[in-house]
Design a protein around this ligand. Structure first.
Ligand SMILES: NC(=O)c1ccc[n+]([C@@H]2O[C@H](COP(=O)([O-])OP(=O)(O)OC[C@H]3O[C@@H](n4cnc5c(N)ncnc54)[C@H](O)[C@@H]3O)[C@@H](O)[C@H]2O)c1
Length: 336
C-alpha cells in the first residue's frame, strides 16, 4: 500500500510558506486543508498547493470544524503561541500526529499536559526547531557530544532581529496571544539549541530583561547554569536593525564558533599558549541537513525517531519562564 500522510494546517500566515516549501519535496505528504480565522489566508495557501478552495471542505475559519470534518493523519500548528496548547491537545485527542511551531507552549504546566497527552494517545509531537536539522548546528552538537572540545566551560548564544519594529501592533506584542516577547519568540530557537547541544541538565537561571518601551520583553540577557558546571549566556536583542545570530562554544581543548551559518574551529596553537589556530569547517565535513517537515513525516511513518520531542520543549519553556521570574525578582531562579 502506498504510504501517505494527510496534513491539515492550523494557521496559514507567514511561516506556512516555509512548511509548504519543505513539504513540496516530501512525496508521502498530502496537504488536505487549511484553517485560519482569516479565511482569505487559508484560501490563499490552499490555492498555492493546488487544492480546490471549498469552504467547509478544504478551507475553514474554525480549526475545530476542520478537525471535525476532514479525514487526515496529522496537523501542522502555526498559530499564535497561547493557542498552541489547546490545539495540540485537541488534535492528539482525535488521534492526529502534531508538528507544532515553536514555542510549543508558553507555560511549564502546558508543556507537561502535552507530554502526558502524547504518551496517552501514542501520537507524535514534533516541535519545529529547524536549527536541529541544519548541518552546522548538528555538527557543533556532535563535536560537543563526542568530547572534541574537551570539557565544555561556556556557551555564548546571541540573536538580534528588527523584531520590535517589525512586530509592532501585531499579536506578537500582545502578551495574551504571544505569552512573551522576543525571548519567547525568536529566542526560543537559541535557548533550544543551547540546551540541546550542552545536553546536561539546566539547574538555575539568572536574567535581566528589558521591554524597551514595548508591551513585552525585547532585549534580554539570560544566564544558565548546568549540572555539569557549564555556563551559558543567552542574549536576545529585539531592537536591532536586522537579523544576525552567532554562537561560541568554549572548551578545554578548543573553541567552536558559528556565525551566520559559517563554522570556525579554534584549536590550541602548537607553539603559542595564548593563541588558537583557526580553521573553517567546510560543509562537506558536516552531517547532512534536513528540515522539520521531512523529519515529521519520517517519524509519523515510523522511519525515524523523534529528534525534537515535547520533553525538550518543556526544558525551553522552563528556562524561558524562569528568566521572566529571575528578572522580575532580581534573583537567581533554581530549576526543578
Ligand atoms: N521556526 C521559525 O523560524 C518561525 C518563524 C516565524 C514564525 N514561527 C512561528 O510560527 C507561528 C506562526 O507565526 P507566523 O509568523 O506565521 O505568524 P503570522 O502572524 O504571519 O500568522 C499567524 C496566523 O495565525 C492565524 N491565527 C490567529 N489565531 C488563530 C487561531 N486561534 N487558530 C489558527 N490560526 C490563527 C492568523 O490569522 C494568521 O494568519 C508562531 O508560533 C511563530 O512563533 C516560527
Amino acid at each position: 500500500m502506498k504510504q501517505r500522510v494527510r496534513l491539515g494546517f492550523i494557521g496559514a500566515g507567514g511561516i506556512a510558506g516555509f512548511h509548504l516549501r519543505n513539504l513540496r519535496s516530501v512525496k508521502e505528504a498530502v496537504v488536505v486543508a487549511f484553517a485560519d480565522p482569516n479565511l482569505d489566508a487559508a484560501k490563499q495557501r490552499a490555492t498555492e498547493v493546488g487544492l480546490k478552495v471549498k469552504e467547509g471542505k478544504t478551507v475553514f475559519a474554525d480549526w475545530q470544524e476542520m478537525l471535525d470534518k476532514v479525514a487526515m493523519d496529522a496537523v501542522v500548528i502555526l498559530s499564535p503561541h497561547t493557542v498552541h496548547c489547546e490545539q495540540i491537545l485537541a488534535s492528539l485527542k482525535r488521534g492526529l500526529h502534531v508538528l507544532t511551531e515553536k514555542p510549543m507552549v508558553v507555560t511549564v504546566s502546558e508543556a507537561r499536559k502535552v507530554i502526558a497527552a502524547a504518551k496517552e494517545t501514542g501520537k507524535t509531537v514534533v516541535v519545529s526547531y529547524q536549527r536541529r536539522f541544519m548541518s552546522p548546528f548538528r555538527f557543533i552538537r556532535e563535536q560537543v557530544a563526542k568530547g572534541n572540545l574537551g570539557d565544555l566551560f561556556f556557551v555564548e548564544s546571541f540573536v538580534a532581529q528588527g523584531w520590535q519594529r517589525g512586530t509592532a501592533n501585531t499579536w506578537r506584542q500582545d502578551p495574551k496571544q504571544s505569552g512573551g516577547g522576543f525571548l519567547m519568540d525568536t529566542g526560543s530557537h537559541i535557548v533550544d539549541f543551547t540546551l540541546w547541544s550542552v545536553s546536561a541538565k539546566p539547574i538555575a537561571v539568572t536574567a535581566t530583561l528589558s521591554n524597551n518601551g514595548a508591551p513585552v520583553e525585547i532585549n534580554d540577557i539570560v544566564g544558565i547554569e548546568f549540572a555539569n558546571g557549564t555556563l551559558a549566556s543567552i542574549v536576545t536583542v529585539g531592537s536591532a536593525i536586522s537579523f544576525f545570530e552567532h554562537y561560541t562554544f568554549v572548551g578545554s581543548e578548543g573553541v567552536l564558533r558559528l556565525e551566520q551559518g559559517k563554522v570556525l574551529w579554534g584549536k590550541p596553537h602548537p607553539q603559542e599558549l595564548w593563541r588558537a589556530e583557526w580553521t573553517t569547517v567546510e560543509p562537506s565535513q558536516m552531517p547532512p541537513g534536513s528540515d522539520p517537515d521531512r523529519h515529521f513525516v519520517d517519524v509519523v511513518l515510523g522511519r525515524a525517531e523523534n529528534e525534537s520531542p515535547p520533553e525538550d520543549a518543556l526544558k525551553v519553556v522552563s528556562v524561558t519562564t524562569a528568566a521572566y521570574k529571575a528578572s522580575a525578582r532580581g534573583q537567581k531562579v533554581p530549576l526543578r
